[in-house]
Design a binder for this molecule. Structure first.
Ligand code: GDP
Ligand code: IMO
Ligand code: MG
Length: 429
């Protein structure tokens, strides 16, 4: 395995952190290629639960190098907070094993304030962002006025640039009736953070290419999910980056011929946090059962924002599309255990839009909002399956459900998990 790419196949929170953690056992480098601290990856190791936002999940394995690639956006203050929390938990997060690309972009408090202002201005049509400044940071990047992380190596230039960025954002904020930020105090906090992050900064694309050339195994940890992709997702209810397989190549800077495995991660049902279409969304008792009460750490409440996630039946339409746009070599299905106890289970196999059946997600929000799922119904199972480790020990209905998902997506199902812990995995291929 020279390079493996892990991609979320739904609307994020599919369990990518846990899958990354399990595959890190066979990796030398784990790299994030898109997004920032809008991500929340929960990883359970023995009795400990780690919540990662920016630091790649590979950090939990001794000796594995971790990279934040050029495609990511970094909030220096939050980055340091996360590093400090991990160190407190006994994890080695020294610059010898964590590298930040000098080409990654910086999220400033101006971006966060603008994210909040833009959400307010949208009113009813708000995207429901994580308010981490992600959209405005990528907007500055593509508008060619962003701040590359490498600038943190130059104290004075960095201070001036952050200061100016905040002054400029203040004009927009005040024009829209929002309070301006204190440019001086903000810039100071950023300079302190930048100083501490300097040893982590490097040309990560060069590092990764050297590693790949020397035979190292690189695992690319996706954030968000295909339906949040700026090109392939439910635009405009998306994030501002490319969390699909193509994004791994641009977001880290290596060529496609190194990739021999693309693992699509999907939950065995659907969840979404934030606004936007979700054709298979449920409410009431069924949704509550899928979501859980919030007592268990894996219940469906956001890792980053704590918001309850919207829940629904598995959407085979988006899964099939996700498999195509990233070229999944296999699917890793998570949370099969949560489906125990349902009498029957539904999977959307197509949508109906104005009486016409479509087999892929429509491109416009107007059509998406009118898409009605066409369901196939399968029998459920009652048994607790969280201790099952072999496919032969799964109830027949559970095996049939998993097999049907593979058929609908025309993709091999490589494994299913039946709990959040490392060992709660059933390999299928
Ligand atoms: P990510 O953003 O894709 O990494 O996913 P999140 O961490 O936001 O959400 C997935 C949640 O499901 C986490 O709390 C995981 O610990 C948990 N999880 C992952 N796989 C399983 C599984 O097979 N069963 C159960 N019950 N929980 C799981
Ligand atoms: P992980 O990596 C779930 C969603 C937000 C919002 C939209 C845009 O944990 O799967 P943004 O702050 O990125 O501008 O918000 O995208 N979103 C996520 N939803 N999991 C995530 O990350 C997400 N990252 C962003 O809720 O709908
Ligand atoms: Mg998450």
């Amino acid at each position: 395995m020279p390079a493996t790419i892990i991609v979320g196949a739904q609307w994020g929170d599919e369990g990518k952190g846990g899958v990354t953690d399990r595959l890190t056992a066979n990796a030398d480098v784990v790299a994030r290629f898109a997004g920032g601290d809008n991500a929340g990856h929960t990883v359970a190791v023995d009795d400990k639960v780690y919540k990662l936002h920016l630091v790649p999940s590979g950090i939990l394995y001794d000796g594995v190098a971790c990279v934040l690639g050029n495609g990511t956006v970094i909030n220096p203050v939050n980055m340091l907070k996360e590093i400090d929390e991990l160190v407190e938990q006994g994890i080695d997060v020294s610059p010898t094993r964590l590298m930040i690309s000098t080409r990654a972009h910086i999220i400033t408090p101006a971006h966060i304030a603008l994210d909040r202002a833009s959400e307010k201005a949208r009113g009813e049509g708000a995207i429901g962002t994580t308010l981490r400044g992600i959209g405005p940071a990528y907007l500055d990047k593509t508008g060619r006025q962003g701040i590359r992380a490498g600038l943190m190596l130059d104290d004075e230039e960095f201070a001036d640039t952050v200061h100016n960025a905040i002054e400029q954002a203040n004009q927009t904020l005040t024009a829209q009736g929002f309070d301006p930020l204190d440019a001086q105090a903000t810039a100071e906090a950023y300079i302190t953070a930048a100083k501490r992050l300097q040893p982590y900064l490097t040309e990560t694309a060069v590092y990764i290419n050297d590693q790949l050339r020397d035979g190292a195994r690189v695992l690319c940890e996706g954030a968000q999910g295909t339906m949040l992709d700026i090109d392939h997702g439910d635009y405009p209810f998306v994030t501002s980056s490319s969390p699909t397989a193509g994004g791994a190549l641009t977001g880290l800077g290596f060529g496609p011929l190194y990739v021999d495995r693309v693992v699509g991660v999907a939950k065995c049902f659907a969840t979404r946090v934030g606004s936007g279409p979700m054709p298979t969304e449920l409410d009431g008792e069924l949704a509550n059962r899928l979501r859980g009460s919030g007592e268990r750490f894996w219940d469906e409440f956001g890792t980053t924002t704590g918001r309850p996630r919207r829940c629904g039946w598995l959407d085979g339409v988006i899964l099939r599309y996700s498999s195509q746009v990233s070229g999944f070599t296999e699917l890793f299905l998570t949370k099969l255990d949560v489906l125990s106890g349902f009498e029957e289970l539904k999977i959307a196999v197509a949508y109906e839009v104005d009486g016409q059946q479509v087999s892929y997600p429509p491109s416009t929000i107007h059509d998406l909002q009118r898409a009605k799922p066409v369901y196939e119904t399968l029998p459920g199972w009652q048994e607790d399956i969280s201790a099952v480790r072999s496919p032969d020990d799964l109830p027949q209905a559970a095996r049939d459900y998993v097999q049907r998902i593979g058929e609908i997506c025309d993709t091999l199902v490589g494994a299913v998990s039946v709990g959040p812990k490392r060992e709660q995995v059933i390999p299928l291929a």
